[in-house]
Design a protein around this ligand. Sequence first.
Ligand code: SF4
Length: 413
Amino acid sequence: MMLTQGRAFAAQRPAVQQRRMAVRANVARVPQVNAAAVEAKPDWAGLAAEMDNKSPLEIMDHALKTFGNDVAIAFSGAEDVALIEYAHLTGRPYRVFSLDTGRLNPETYQLFDAVEKHYKIRIEYTFPEAQEVMDLVRAKGLYSFYEDGHTECCRIRKVKPLRKQLKVYKAWITGQRKDQSPGTRTEVPVVQVDPVFEGVTGGPGSLIKYNPLSNMTSAEVWNFLRVMKVPTNKLHNCGYISIGCEPCTRPVLPNQAEREGRWWWEDAAAKECGLHSGNIKKADGTTEERKAERDLWPAGSAVATLSKDEVRALAAGERSQGTLAVLYAPWCPFCQAMEANFEELAKHMTGHKVRVAKYQADIDREFCNENLQLKTFPTIVYLPPNSKQVIKYPSERRDVDTLSMWVKTVAGQ
Ligand code: SF4
């Protein structure tokens, strides 16, 4: 594979080179881990804390300097092209790999080509096992994921090839950002021991994962891409934010959450806290119910607490007023993330004849599943007065304005 030498290419672009020289001067300040330290299992959590305020360029430089040819950038064909630009700016050799699922948009393939030419690199593509794809498509057709969920197809076309590809590295570099998953912000450190995949030496802890964009917002990434004149996916001009496979990605409307453009037909089940995620798998293979450190909307909150009896009465249609209820689990990070907004909404709805309430549904799942359309945490429902109707909030947006607009609409106010 041909590896880019950033400095040679920069000579063709003097303005860009000046920027590179300026940013490279800062890289020397980053704490370094040498090869011997890597063998000695460094304290990656400590390093992550130490590097948390470092720039993406510094973090990228750390990855490339520490792991050399044993680290690669995972490139999806979307805004994570910023990673390649940062690697290029370091002036160090770098590797890029991408998963070609066979179902990508033409615009994504065009971007791959543009990126290869722009940076004078070859992307290391990896493909799914042909036999497995054939077996799936012959048995279930080309669009089985619309019928029975995306997990099986993703496992064959994405997860298995990724697992196989990562087995040749000691570390990889991803475009994960904290602002992509507000409910799990703390789970994207700038560097970590990969909790899922294994590297070339095999076994847990054998792969390091860098997330240099972790602390950047989407707006900052886009500012960077524009300033550096980086090639981008044309689909971004058509309302796409997150870009994956063609049948499973759609554009989102202004102000809609990024994740609503992916696997939208699945009612968010696989994207959020599915009903079984309340169970923690223990080392012996058994499970135990997940416990939360504290309840959400505790005493003194403007959000009313529904009892089990009240919920059964509401489900039976005994309603003197409309109720907006969140079915939640206190341990669920997505429920935790909406706590402040729902509290504000409850205060905002005072005087609107709609009661804003909560019900801890993880301890009453079966009933809520059958009677209140619970599928994931959190589920938000409006229960109109004098009715058995259950109207489920259809969006993943949980800001006060959107929730307020929706509830006033369905409540006819
Ligand atoms: Fe299959 Fe869709 Fe997953 Fe792509 S995103 S691997 S097409 S289910």
